[in-house]
Write a protein that binds this ligand. Sequence first.
Ligand code: ADP
Ligand code: MG
Length: 320
Amino acid sequence: MLSEFEIIRRFFEQPARRPARGGRTPAGAVLGIGDDAALLRPSGDMELAVSTDLLVEGTHFRAGSAPRALGHKALAVNLSDLAAMGAAPRWATLAISLPSADEAWLREFAAGFFALAARFGVELVGGDTTRGPLCICVTIAGEVPAGLALLRGGAAPGDDIWVSGELGGAALALARPEYTEVAARLEQPEPRVELGERLRGIASAAIDVSDGLAGDLRHILERSRVGARVDYESIPRPAAFGRLGDPELEMRCVLAGGDDYELLFTAPQARRKELEALGAEIGLPLTRIGAIRLGDPSLMVFDAQGRPLPVTHGYDHFAA
Ligand code: ADP
Ligand code: MG
C-alpha cells in the first residue's frame, strides 16, 4: 500500500515540465511542493485572481467515473472560472481525499490533470492528500492586469449578450447517455482561457456557464442591476438536438443545463465587428443571443414568434 507521501511524490510532484505542444510555458513558482506552503510571486502590476471548486462523488460526478476525465475536469472547471475573469492561469493546488491508494486510478487521474495543466502552463504547487470518500478540490491562481478583470457587474443597457461555443450539450449527455457525440461536453469540457484573456477591455461583464444559461445570466443581471432579453432560437446548441425530437428536454438543456463551461458575456454594440473577428481568429464561434435592457434584473426569453417562454432556473445544490 502506498503511503501518503509516496502518493504525493509519485503522482503529484512533477519534475520541471516542458510546455505541451502549442501549450504555454509553466509559470515557475518561487517554491512549489514540499514545504509547508508554496511561495508565489505575481508579476509587477498584475492582480491575482483566485478561485476554488470542489467536486464530490455522487454530487458532481458518478461513482466509477473515468479517472482521466476527472483529472481533466477538476482542473478545467477552475480554469473556466479564471477565463470568466479574463485572468491567465498560473498556479494550482489540489486537495484530494481517496478511499484507497489505487495506483492505476492515481496514474490516470494525474495524466488527465497534467495534460490540461501543461496546455495552459499551470504549475501544481501544493495540496493535501487524505483518505476518505472521493472528493477533489482544486484551487487556482492566475494573473490579470490591474483593473482589467472581467466582472459580473459591468453590463449596461443596450449591450449585446454573447455566448461562446454551444450550450446544452453537457446536460443532454447527462440526460441521454446514448447521445455519445455530446459525451465529451460533459466529461472533457474545454475551458475558454484564451477567449477570456482576449475579452479584456472588450466585454463589459462575463461569467462562465456552469449552472445553466438562465441562472448564470441572472448573476450578471443582479450584479449589474439590469434586465435582459434573450432570443431562444439564437442560442447555439449541438446538432444532436436535431434528432432528439423532445423540445421540452431541449429547452431545459439549452436554458438551464449546467456544465458547459462556455463564456457568457456582454459587450457594447460598437464591439460587434471586433468580436466576430476574434471568434474567427481563435476558432471559437461567438454568438449574439440577446440584449441587456434597463430595468429590474429579470430575464425574458422569446421564441421565434416573439412569444415569451417560461424560464427554468439554473442548478442549486440546496433548492428543494
Ligand atoms: P502539511 O502537513 O504541512 O499539510 P503535507 O504533508 O500534507 O503538508 O504535504 C506535503 C507537501 O506536499 C506540501 O507541499 C503539500 O502542499 C504537498 N501536497 C500534498 N498533497 C498534495 C497533492 N494532492 N497535490 C499536490 N501537492 C500536494
Ligand atoms: Mg497536509
